[in-house]
Design a protein around this ligand. Structure first.
Ligand code: PLP
Length: 415
């Protein structure tokens, strides 16, 4: 590949690729073409090195130790909190809670804010394009509290039906939980507008930022969301760690989530007092190594610049969308006006899984299936799709490889 083939004269994608060691590998004899970034992104060397450095140089438990290693580990861990605050432009570091990922963040809100504030007949609003992890925690809560789950329908293009959302904003609506970007369709939802409307109706809003934190510049103060959850592993960071942002007052008023060490101030058999924010919600030894490494992912993104990345990914989306239409019988599922860099599609008379297997035989990794959005697939009347999702290190040539692989796969399957 030559630098002149770069699809963006601003982002040097070939230089960036060198930072990701896994992109050198071969799969079944073919160079890896990794297009499953919406499931999890690959990790730059700096993130991998941060994990090794922690375990080889300053592995220790954090917060209570007075020895050197404990102090170094604590400082590194807490500096990630500062980096995350900056990354999502929150007001204070106390509003940044470390979790295991988006799923745990949503469950935390359901089990604390939800349990305390919802009662029988209250309504929770989600959309038809949610990931299961933004549906099931609310169903569990509804079953416990007698609350009701309401669903904003979507159009055939994969956009929310705004009038239907407005109709759902009755005085019974207490919470809206919405994907910033749909992992199955790529739709970017107008969350700022949704938050304004929901607040006018007296409901709070949690934004599922699992897909957006990597693609969009996140400013939780400008969005004015009440909660924002995302996962490190989708922003070039490690698995097993995530972030829940919450507005200070809401977090202060919420009961504790998990109980144990770390989240307490004083424990006696007569009664226990709880720690201040953010530690009140961080019971037990956290995932120290991965949290430390998350800062390196954030700094990696910051060093390149969100705007450059956005432009590159937009170009990839446009190129992929155009080229995919060359495949006879291919239909793109999700044609929203505002889309992130992923394309979901089906090809007539073929099964997504067969296409996925044949693409893998050429080293091309895509996701096939329902993408943890079974209600959405049902709505579209399909068992699933093939999803190609792009990251900052993907190239136009890799999309060409996808197209060749698809042409060959379709030819084989239709024979
Ligand atoms: N929400 C969306 C939109 C997602 O795409 C995902 C993961 O794919 C999740 C939530 C759950 O994220 P995690 O499994 O990292 O908790």
């Amino acid at each position: 590949m030559t630098a002149s083939a770069s699809i963006s004269n601003e982002l040097d994608v070939y230089a960036i690729r060198k930072a990701f060691p896994i992109l050198e590998r071969k799969v079944k004899g073919w160079p890896l073409v990794y297009l499953d970034n919406a499931a999890t992104s690959q990790k730059p060397f700096a993130v991998i090195q941060a994990l090794t450095d922690y375990y080889t140089e300053f592995n220790a438990n954090i917060h209570r130790g007075i020895h050197t290693l404990a102090e170094e580990a604590t400082a590194a861990f807490e500096s990630t909190r500062d980096a995350v605050r900056r990354f999502i432009q929150a007001e204070s570091r106390e509003e940044i809670i470390f979790t295991r990922g988006t799923t745990e963040g949503i469950n935390l809100v359901a089990q604390t804010w939800g349990r305390k504030n919802l009662k029988e007949g209250d309504e929770i609003i989600v959309s038809a394009m949610e990931h299961h992890s933004n549906i099931v925690p609310w169903q569990v809560l509804c079953a416990e509290k007698g609350s009701v789950l309401r669903v904003i329908p979507v159009t055939g293009k994969g956009e929310l039906i705004w009038e239907e959302f407005e109709k759902l904003l009755t005085p019974r609506a207490k919470l809206v939980s919405i994907a910033h970007i749909s992992n199955a369709l790529g739709t970017i939802n107008p969350v700022k507008k949704i938050i304004r409307k929901a607040h006018e109706a007296g409901a709070i809003v949690i934004v599922d930022g699992a897909q957006s934190a990597v693609h969009l510049d996140i400013n939780v103060r400008d969005l004015n969301c009440d909660f924002f959850a995302f996962s490190a592993h989708k922003v070039y960071g490690p698995t097993g760690v995530g972030v829940l942002y919450g507005k200070m007052q809401l977090l202060e008023d919420m009961p504790v989530f998990q109980a144990g060490g770390e989240m307490i101030k004083e424990v006696s058999f007569e009664g226990t007092t709880f720690n201040e924010l953010p530690y009140k919600f961080e019971a037990g030894t956290p995932n120290i190594a991965d949290t430390i490494a998350l800062r390196f992912a954030i700094e990696f993104l910051e060093s390149i610049g969100r705007e450059k990345i956005r432009k590159h990914e937009e170009e990839l989306l446009q190129y992929a969308s155009e080229r995919l239409m060359e495949i006879p019988g291919l239909k793109i599922i999700g044609q929203a006006a505002q889309k992130a860099s992923l394309v979901s599609f089906i090809v007539e008379n073929t099964h997504p899984q067969d296409l996925g297997i044949l693409l893998d035989n050429r080293g091309i990794a895509v996701r096939t299936g329902h993408h943890c959005a079974q209600p959405l697939m049902k709505l579209f009347g399909i068992p699933g799709t093939v999803r190609a999702s792009f990251a900052l290190y993907n190239t136009r040539e890799e999309i060409d490889e996808l197209i060749v692989g698809l042409e060959k796969a379709v030819h084989l399957l239709k024979r």
